[in-house]
Write a protein that binds this ligand. Sequence first.
Ligand SMILES: Nc1ncnc2c1ncn2[C@@H]1O[C@H](COP(=O)(O)OP(=O)(O)OP(=O)(O)O)[C@@H](O)[C@H]1O
Length: 255
Amino acid sequence: MENLLTVEKLNVIYGKGAEAVHAVKEVTFHIKPGEIFGLVGESGCGKSSLGKAIIRITDPTSGTIDFKGIDVASLKGKALKTYRQEVQMVFQDPYGSLNPRMKVGHAIVDVLNVHKIGANTAERRERVTELFEAVGLNPAWAWRYPHEFSGGQRQRICIARALALNPDLVVADEPVSALDVSVQAEILELLQELREKRGLAFLFVSHDLAVVRNVCDRVAVMYDGEIVEMGGVEAVIDQPQHEYTQKLLSAVPAF
Ligand SMILES: Nc1ncnc2c1ncn2[C@@H]1O[C@H](COP(=O)(O)OP(=O)(O)OP(=O)(O)O)[C@@H](O)[C@H]1O
């Protein structure tokens, strides 16, 4: 099967000269269609910078990002807009990701409006209903405000919004770390269900090895901007080869 995303020798450097921060160093990996690919490492190791470069919120300094044969680094204008439909992001904080003054369904209708999806308001509202059902929420709740939902429900809403444009890849940056453990499990199940039903692939960014072991197919371990180890989750987590992975694992009581 061809890769959905291929990242080669990617570098992200913020600033210049003595002040420069080399956040991502020569990173190479790929994601297959429908794969849940984990990216783990401590705070500050460059995980978010890599995720943001892939969705082009941050510009890579050098290296290549190939998405379905498209050279992502060089995209501009309309082509960049189209790419941003196919690759979406879900963030850690479902509270901060929703406008408190906007009914949640309207937030999704807005996305559909911007991308000119659906012929009219009725069709867009119908799409909101479908998306709510897809993430396990009662569609009647779509016309409520964010404060009326729990943390887990808000994260489901953010996932529904990310699905609105039918992406092939979702970059999920610590999507469950702000949630209670029991709610985390429900959201992880939802991500797996979306992968099975829609063939959606995820770059799943997390500092939590237990969560990664649970949900990912393969994982890359990042340390100081570099990928130091990569492979199937069982192999990497059960038999870590790199000293840093061993150190990360020894800090988790469950392993
Ligand atoms: N916009 C920026 N300008 C300058 N430096 C930045 C910027 N964003 C991140 N950095 C730096 O780049 C390095 C990597 O940060 P990044 O946020 O990618 O790591 P992370 O592993 O995602 O950490 P966290 O989990 O805390 O978000 C850090 O040293 C950080 O301070």
